[in-house]
Design a protein around this ligand. Structure first.
Ligand SMILES: [Zn+2]
Length: 81
């Protein structure tokens, strides 16, 4: 999996709708790619903060915001040359 592919499925990953097989590729990529790892760590922390013991169901506005934030973070880590 490439960084660009990871970004494409990032939204699904956040929503928890990503295919388990793809999820595995996702985990493998982040394990070997520091910039992506930082971004994914950020997502995890944000989601954990939000969930705080609640059932995992992100409201749409929060989700939209999170997606935008992720793209921003990702761009910071993967500057376009
Ligand atoms: Zn990457």
């Amino acid at each position: 999996m490439k960084c660009e592919e990871l970004l494409k499925i990032l939204n699904e990953y956040v929503d928890g709708t990503v295919d388990p097989a793809i999820c595995e590729d996702f985990e493998k990529h982040t394990a070997g790619c520091n910039p992506c790892q930082v971004v994914v760590d950020n997502i995890r922390k944000t989601i954990t903060l939000y969930r705080n013991g609640q059932p995992y169901e992100l409201p749409i506005p929060f989700r939209t915001k999170l997606h935008a934030l992720l793209r921003e973070r990702w761009r910071e880590k993967h500057p376009v040359k």
